[in-house]
Design a binder for this molecule. Structure first.
Ligand code: ARG
Length: 471
């Protein structure tokens, strides 16, 4: 396409090194849709005759049909998706096709194509995130009354509702949803008409193409538009944080699934066996999910490093922006293909969970708080309970088995009314502060989360309705 200026053919290794077809061919239909908007605008403004505009649109739609039918084989020698489609257009309708690229550069074209492509891909990601959060809310409802140990430092801390555990992870994913929609909004701006970097001498109508493609608005500055990739970084940041959340959830379940903890049961269909040890049931799916955070963080770092120090405006470095972005998007697709369905089938063995409570020490805070209500300053209460815990440990006595005489030896303030409070279930039920672990609080949280999720779904539906028809 630049043969006018050059006296040598491009070196073959350079052709392979500079091509982006392996990356960008997946956006072919989005690229065609962007070109259709461009050609409609050219017809609308009179830069193209109505006939020419219609011919080009018709031929572009035929090319889309060729792609759908698997009849289009793109050539690496044509460098990228944009040149492949344009040259096919020119092959089909000659001089008319050659008019398409007026007032447009690949710099604003690729920008438009990716944003169009992403708007659809992101809706798939939303579907995945939505189903993940929905499953967690269901699990929380299902397990609101199940008592399990809660940990700090991976040491038993206080009894919690399993519903509170699921909601803790659901809250993280709800925050991810907020980040997700912010990233979506950053993507939802139309760059078409910015040209190579400075706009155009031709009377283009940017508002027209923006409207035809259903973007929320136009980008504000032609130079910034072709130079920046913040909207990719927003997606990658969302993905990296989300990946960390998936990883932590996976790790929790892997730990609770071990024989040593043993109170989470994973579905056979989401575990694998060993080729040598017949007894094994391994949480491989969760381990792979835990590891994905590495890829997602890597993708963010890749683009952050690439973007620093690129002078305004477009530089070819930017072609590789899609490498990390698509890697992350594919990785997210993999996560959503297994995680919600796996979680649906996680079961809790409450009896096994409660075996860990046998020494009763997990109720120590409850005793200290009981003493506070008897008027003992908390620091003194903490110390007194510490002594009685030491007594229990040294004499191998469960805290819940002490006689009144034993209690009184260390804590004279204790009365009979303490004893009925000393059960893990009571302990969980009495933690009824806003956001606490009582089933009442868990259920209120679930209701609030449902409202949030419904608002997100509404937002997503608005975005879906704005997506332009694709051919
Ligand atoms: N394939 C290129 C990309 O993805 C298209 C833009 C090429 N522009 C240029 N000035 N060489 O970035």
């Amino acid at each position: 396409m630049w043969k006018g200026r050059f006296s040598q053919d491009t070196d073959e290794a350079v052709v392979n090194f500079t091509q982006s077809l392996d990356l960008d061919w997946r956006m072919a239909l989005a690229d065609i849709r962007g070109s259709i908007a461009h050609v409609r605008m050219l017809g609308h403004t009179g830069l193209l005759s109505k006939d020419d505009a219609e011919t080009i649109e018709k031929n572009l739609k035929e090319i889309a049909a060729e792609i759908h039918g698997g009849k289009f084989t793109p050539k690496v020698s044509l460098e990228d998706v944009h040149m492949n489609i344009e040259s096919r257009l020119i092959e089909k309708c000659g001089a008319t096709g050659a008019r398409l690229h007026m007032g447009r550069s690949r710099n604003d074209q690729v920008n438009t194509t990716v944003r169009l492509y992403l708007r659809r891909e992101l809706m798939d990601i939303w579907t995945g995130l939505d189903s993940l959060i929905s499953v967690l809310l269901k699990k929380a409802e299902e397990h609101a009354d199940i008592v399990v140990p809660g940990y700090t430092h991976l040491q038993q801390a206080q009894p919690i509702s399993m519903g509170q555990f699921w909601m803790a992870h659901a809250q993280a994913f709800l925050r991810d949803a907020r980040r997700f929609f912010e990233a979506y909004e950053a993507v939802d701006e139309c760059p078409l008409g910015c040209g190579a970097l400075a706009g155009s001498t031709l009377p283009l109508d940017r508002e027209f193409t923006c409207g035809d493609l259903g973007f929320a608005s136009m980008t504000a500055n032609s130079m910034d538009t072709v130079a920046q990739r913040d909207h990719f970084l927003d997606i990658l940041y969302f993905a990296a944080v989300f990946g960390g959340h998936v990883s932590r959830l996976s790790e929790d379940l892997i730990i609770y699934f071990t024989t040593e903890f043993g109170w989470v049961k994973l579905p056979d269909a989401f575990c694998t066996g060993s080729s040598i040890m017949p007894q094994k049931k391994n949480p491989d799916v969760l381990e792979l999910l835990r590891g994905k955070a590495g890829q997602l963080n890597g993708a963010l770092m890749d683009l952050l490093m690439m973007m620093k120090g690129i002078p305004l405006t477009y530089n070819r470095d930017l072609q590789d922006d899609k490498r990390s972005l698509f890697r992350a998007i594919d990785c997210l697709g993999g996560i959503f293909s297994v995680l919600p369905n796996l979680l649906k089938e996680v079961a809790i063995d409450e009896e096994a969970a409660n075996r860990g409570f046998a020494d009763g020490l997990i109720l120590a805070t409850d005793v200290a708080e009981y003493l506070v209500l008897q008027g003992v300053p908390f620091r003194n209460a903490h110390e007194k309970v510490g002594h009685i815990v030491r007594y229990c440990v040294e004499n191998k006595r469960p805290l819940t088995s002490l006689t009144m005489d034993e209690w009184h030896k260390y804590i004279p303030e204790v009365k009979e009314d303490l004893l009925p409070l000393l059960s893990p279930r009571k302990s969980m039920e009495r933690r009824n502060t806003f956001g606490g672990t009582s089933p009442t609080q868990v259920r209120r949280q679930i209701e609030d989360a449902k409202v949030k999720l419904a608002l997100f779904t509404e937002e997503a539906n608005g975005f879906k309705n704005a997506l332009p028809e694709e051919y």
